[in-house]
Design a protein around this ligand. Structure first.
Ligand SMILES: Cc1ncc(COP(=O)(O)O)c(C=O)c1O
Length: 391
């Protein structure tokens, strides 16, 4: 074919490739962060009710009024963000659409966005598609923290925004109030926006608190909060999330969203409004307790292998250090573990700038069912035994 066409400098998702190899080898796949078990019976019931109702045509492109009102109440009580359903909320097709709409509609092409690595790999691709340069600050254990000076070093007159994920995919770090305030003060000093991806806001572990950037002093009018509803309610296939921002920002977000997708699936918006309105606190407590148990199964199994991990403050990811076991680069080690142990994780370099080759880290998810996690534990135990035998 001789035709000239545009080729974006994007690679295929490494996580998707790992998933394919994992299936070919019959491995337990702890690479992709979504549940592999069913959703909750309550959610199915809410969807059936919504399907029986008159919810099958386009709804208002900013989101069904029923869902926007429910989200506004949830934002006030859970996130401590005051949002008017008419002026500050856009329902999107998941956080994926939310983030790319925010980048495309609010930031001029050819300018820069600062973010922290390791970070969710989609941001790189979304920035490329939006014509933005991502400036990444590498953060490391023990606490993945940073200072105002670190941020200042990345600033230049082309900088337009700071992008953060909280809790962080892939490390599970939860930013403290002080760290978030540092970002806000830095952003205000240079007239920058903040994009705050709070997809894992309900998965917070003991000793940590989820603080929404927009709830802090000086945060409300410069922050675009982006959230997924798929993770909290185990319905990633329903494709519903939302953006929250000050009115003039929301007007721009709405234009871009309307022309991208018109609306997120209407019946699922209604079902999720019911979820927000009707599910008791015990639902969210049980969700956290279940993931905590799955995390323990994974950590206990990893401990025997010699792989260590960063103790996460939230999310359903475990950020692991295998440097005690091997000098292999992380792509080779991830593949070795897949072939020898039959357990798939993601090479840590996927979450860093392409210049960083071998952080000797892997990411596992514990979003999978109890049965899957137990199967992974059995395989990791065999791997640990085999290693002990050759030592
Ligand atoms: C940090 C983060 N943001 C956004 C998303 C995408 O969410 P959604 O399925 O709502 O598009 C994910 C999914 O893995 C994620 O980890």
């Amino acid at each position: 074919m001789t035709m000239a066409f545009k080729r974006l400098p994007m690679r295929e998702s490494v996580i998707r490739q790992t998933t394919i190899l994992s299936a070919q080898l019959g491995a337990v796949n702890l690479s992709q962060g979504f549940p592999d078990d069913d959703t909750f019976p309550e959610l199915k019931e809410f969807a059936i009710r919504a399907i029986h109702g008159p919810n099958h045509q386009y709804t208002n492109p900013w989101g069904s009024p029923v869902l926007r009102e429910a989200v506004a109440r949830k934002l006030a009580s859970f996130n401590k963000i005051q949002a008017d359903p008419e002026r500050n909320i856009v329902i999107t097709c998941g956080a994926t659409e939310g983030m790319i709409v925010a980048m495309e509609s609010l930031i001029e092409r050819g300018t820069e966005v600062i973010t922290f690595a390791p970070m969710y790999e989609n941001y790189v691709l979304q920035a490329i598609a939006s014509g933005l340069d991502l400036k990444m600050m590498e953060l490391w254990e023990p606490d993945f923290s940073f200072t105002r000076e670190d941020l200042e070093k990345l600033y230049n007159p082309r900088t337009r925004a700071v992008l953060l994920c909280n809790p962080v995919n892939p490390t599970g770090k939860v930013f403290t109030r002080a760290e978030l305030q540092t970002v806000i003060d830095f952003a205000r000093a240079h007239d920058l926006l903040i994009f705050s991806d709070e997809t894992y806001e309900y998965l917070i572990w003991p000793g940590h608190e989820h603080v929404s950037t927009a709830s802090l002093p000086g945060g409300a009018d410069i922050t675009v909060t982006c959230t997924s509803m798929g993770k909290t309610y185990s319905v990633t296939g329903w494709r519903v999330g939302y953006l929250v921002a000050e009115e003039s920002l929301t007007n721009e977000l709405r234009k871009m969203h309307d022309f991208h997708t018109v609306t997120a699936p209407h019946p699922f918006q209604i079902a999720l409004a019911t979820a927000i309105n009707e599910l008791p606190q015990s639902f969210y407590d049980a969700l956290r307790a279940e993931y905590w148990t799955r995390k323990k199964i994974l950590c206990d199994a990893l401990a025997a292998t010699g792989i260590s991990w960063y103790e996460p403050g939230g999310s359903y990811f475990l950020w692991c250090d295998y440097s005690e076991l091997s000098d292999q680069d992380d792509t080779q080690f991830a593949e070795r573990l897949l072939r020898e142990a039959g357990v798939a994780g993601v090479a840590g370099s996927v979450f860093y700038p392409s210049t960083l080759k071998n952080p000797k880290r892997l990411r596992f998810t514990y979003s999978k069912s109890r049965a899957t996690m137990e199967q992974a534990a059995v395989r990791l135990a065999k791997f640990a035994e085999a290693r002990a035998a050759v030592r």
